[in-house]
Design a protein around this ligand. Structure first.
Ligand code: NDP
Length: 475
């Protein structure tokens, strides 16, 4: 039976706006039309910014009200969690089990951000050398925030931007990835129902090169919070001049399996986290470095686990690896794997493509200069290399233009304490893979993986202005 396709409208200044131009979103597994979203033209984007500026200047949105809106949105999300998970699975191609996890995490992100509304305090500055002056700081919202988001976590990564922006008292304009925009529009419906004031949340859909560009060039926007590719991140940095930006970009994240590791546990977890959401996670495991004495044992267990991963329909609860976001991305990684093979790499498992499904692929004998090692694969492909000493492993991890997160499996306590200081990354995970994120933790990378931290209580630091107040106590 054919589904009735509803035209999803834009949310601007508290109203739902229909446009003639639409963007068609397809089910990433079946290829059927999934939804049709209205696309904003230049005039509508301008109206959204105007409404946000107006709200910022004229609409009181007190912390207590922000708290209620965020908590109520979390409750509403709980009531519609099944619906959201199915949307994410269909428009994003994410396996339903992972889509459900994403919805649960989004609820938690909303609640963590709600708590931040109670912590927006300044501080008293010590005046040991300035008698007659009392100094303190207050925190105030930065102003209009633009949230530009990627396709791979179409709900939680939108929430990670919207919720802290609102908690800090800022109006936020969402520019979701066109491929997965239905989820963001549905989130706006919940925020509206939860009572967000007009102009404080708006959603403008359209391509990065049109709507995204217009937002970047609009000087009325005070802060950009972006998650996406390093190329677009660099472009944002160049375009916005002195205005502020939080940039969460890509990586070719690594995990070390040291000689004293629990090899069985490491192999099982690495098999899942190298291929979850078809490797389209910014901290997906891409490079595994195994100490040479345990390589054989590790590979035997790892390849067995990989061979058991179910590939296919995202709506099947047993599926671990679904389709990639589109066929051209699957063809791109097929080409990268072919190039690696031609350069002497060995494919231990996988390497095949059916439409936009790329089968879980493990490659060994890789070397510098190969894209599968040096660039972000953002696909279900992982490389396995060996090292002799831990110093060598650390050098291998750091030999990357990226630095988001790294993992290490070891039972050496001293090494566990030392290694966070030695790895050039924003986060180190001990006895788990690099692909781990809890929503309250500070999260963000170094080098070309971006700058600034997410996690509501860290993100909010960039979303408030610290104003210093000096009171002259002398006559
Ligand atoms: P893209 O960089 O292609 O797109 C991200 C967003 O930016 C989309 O909304 C896109 O719009 C928009 N955009 C594209 N061009 C411009 C432009 N010129 N001006 C303004 N906005 C623009 O990333 P993907 O969606 O493909 O996501 C994958 C990338 O995201 C990977 O590199 C991944 O590592 C990274 N990522 C990082 C995370 C982190 O926390 N560090 C987490 C998740 C993903 P549209 O697509 O509609 O054209």
């Amino acid at each position: 039976m054919r589904r009735n396709i509803v035209k999803e409208k834009l949310f601007i200044n508290g109203k739902w706006i229909e446009t003639d131009t639409t963007h068609k979103i397809y089910n990433k597994y079946t290829g059927e039309l999934f939804s049709e979203v209205c696309v904003a033209d230049e005039r509508l984007v301008d109206q959204a910014v105007e409404a946000a500026v107006y709200a910022h200047k004229n609409t009181l949105f007190l912390p207590e009200h922000r708290y209620t809106v965020l908590m109520r949105t979390a409750e509403l999300l709980l009531e519609s969690s099944e619906e959201f998970a199915k949307i994410i699975a269909q428009e994003g191609g994410k396996p339903i089990t992972d889509a459900k996890v994403e919805v649960n995490r989004s609820m938690s992100t909303l609640k963590i951000a709600a708590d931040e509304t109670k912590k927006l305090v300044g501080e008293i500055i010590p005046n040991y050398n300035v008698p007659g002056r009392f100094m303190y700081t207050v925190k105030k919202p930065v102003g209009v925030v633009a949230a530009i988001t990627p396709f791979n976590f179409p709900l939680n990564l939108v929430v990670h931007k919207v919720a802290p922006a609102l908690a800090a008292g800022n109006p936020v304009i969402i520019k979701p990835a066109s491929d997965t925009a239905t989820t963001a529009i549905k989130l706006c419906k919940l925020l509206e129902k939860a009572g967000v004031p007009n102009g404080y949340v708006q959603c403008v859909v359209g391509s990065g090169s049109t709507v995204g560009e217009q937002l970047l060039r609009d000087e009325r926007i005070a802060h950009y919070t972006f998650t996406g590719s390093p190329a677009v991140g660099k472009h944002i940095r160049k375009t916005i001049g002195l205005r502020k930006a939080t940039l969460e970009l890509g990586s070719n994240s690594a995990t070390i399996v040291h000689s004293d590791a629990n090899v069985g546990k490491a192999a099982m977890r690495l098999a899942k986290m190298s291929f979850s959401h078809a490797g389209q996670i910014c901290i997906s495991v891409q490079r595994i470095f195994v100490q040479e004495s345990i390589q054989e044992k590790f590979l035997e267990k790892f390849l067995k686990e990989v061979s058991l991963l179910k590939v296919g329909d995202p709506l099947d609860p047993d599926t671990v690896v679904g389709p990639m976001i589109n066929e051209s991305e699957a063809k791109r990684i097929e080409q990268w794997v072919r190039e690696a093979k031609e350069g002497g790499a060995e494919i231990l498992i996988g390497g095949t493509r059916e439409g936009n499904i790329f089968h879980p692929t493990v490659i060994t004998n890789v070397r510098k200069g190969m894209k599968v090692l040096d660039e972000e694969v953002f696909a279900p492909v992982v490389t396995v290399s060996t090292y002799r000493t831990i110093e060598e492993a650390i050098e291998l991890v750091n030999d990357s233009k990226y630095g988001l997160q790294a993992g290490i499996y070891t039972s050496d306590l001293n090494l566990s304490y030392k290694i966070p200081y030695l790895l050039e990354v924003g986060g180190v995970v001990i006895n788990d893979t690099c692909c781990y994120r809890a929503d309250q933790m500070p999260y963000g990378g170094v080098k070309e993986s971006g700058n600034g931290k997410e996690g509501p209580s860290y993100a909010i630091q960039d979303l408030v202005e610290t104003v210093t107040v000096v009171v002259n106590l002398e006559d």
